[in-house]
Ligand binder design. Sequence first.
Ligand code: GUN
Ligand code: FE
Length: 425
Amino acid sequence: MLTILKGNILSAPEMGKIEAIPHGYLVAEDGIIEGIYPVLPDKYASAPVEDYGDDLILQSFADLHLHAPQYPMLGMGMDLPLLDWLTTYTYPNESRFQDTDYARYVYHRLAQELVSYGTTRVCMFSSFHTDATLILMDELEKAGVTGYVGKVGMDRNGIPGMMESSTAEAISETDRWLAACHFEHIKPILTPRFTPSCTNELMAHLGKLATELHLPVQSHLSENRAEIAWVRELHPDCEQYWQTYAKYGLWNDRTVMAHCVWSDEKERQAIRDAGVTVIHCPDSNQNVSSGFAPVRQMLTEGTKVSLGSDIAGGDHLCMFDVITAAIRASKVKGMIDDWKTPFLTVKEGWYLGTSAGAAFFGEQPGFAKGNPLHAIVIRDDTLLNPRTMSLEDRLERAVYRRQKDALQAVWSAGRKILDRSTAAK
Ligand code: GUN
Ligand code: FE
């Protein structure tokens, strides 16, 4: 099956670089990108072309850290720092996902909204509830989203009703969940919520599963200073937070760690040595008063970094917003650090929200040959043009304006999962 899209094709083949092909062709065979061309190769001459005219054809987004059960509390409870925010707002809210009807309703809405923003790859936290987690995976699968979902591991330091009733149950429910995962595009990821939420026994079980089943791992790391101090009390044998994951086999190149706001040189070195991917969540870092992550420094040092909305610590689900938040956060960091590090450019921010996240799923940067087709079409012809606009100008404006209804169509793993366009023929 051939898919040929025509329009202004923009992609991020490397950090800080944009490849722009005006009125070009993006060709996929059986959902896998074959190439991008300024002129359609002869062999496709008789194939149907979806012509998007002067619209922009971009890579879709990867959101590598978000909490599905926090979706209903999006935009609320922003007056407390992390640990108080968790017990006061987040855990009571997540405890409602015991109710599978509620889970079905909320997760259907979440999946639809993700697609409407052009997010097609995720690493997502569910709650500790096994049945609701399977419902979440089912709703994402049906909506056409791809990626990983984790049943949250949590057998201590929750609140009543918001953690597993025992470690034995946490272990058996994790096993039950894994046995029931049978989705094509949504796969399981092991998810200790963060070190304070998991007994050593649960961490050890998750680490064993990671090794035996070769499963990826997601969690939180060095987000907030009170959290770091707590981890030190809980694991006096570990000099640094990352070691609490490493000692249980949860620290390797299939691990994503959200935040790393306070990771010092030694922790950053451990991140690089293991090939862990850092997920920067700028909205959340400011909303729950965690701090400003050393993103530029991590990038310069060669750490893998991509972006997460981290709803509902983060208040934006749309990755265009998260990209601009990352750029702004890097400017604030520059201002308070006397410009020791340069801020992120739009091209860099866009790379982090697209190609950098896609790398965790084994894709090459940009619309590379061999990648599954993940793409969006953006229409911007209702906006005023202050001057003759280059394609790069238009990309910058699309990122910052993030106009509602600009999105015309979405492809995910080769499938067209949203079509609002009247332009395509
Ligand atoms: N650390 C442990 N749980 C959470 C959570 O739900 N959100 C954030 N931002 N940090 C966490
Ligand atoms: Fe988080």
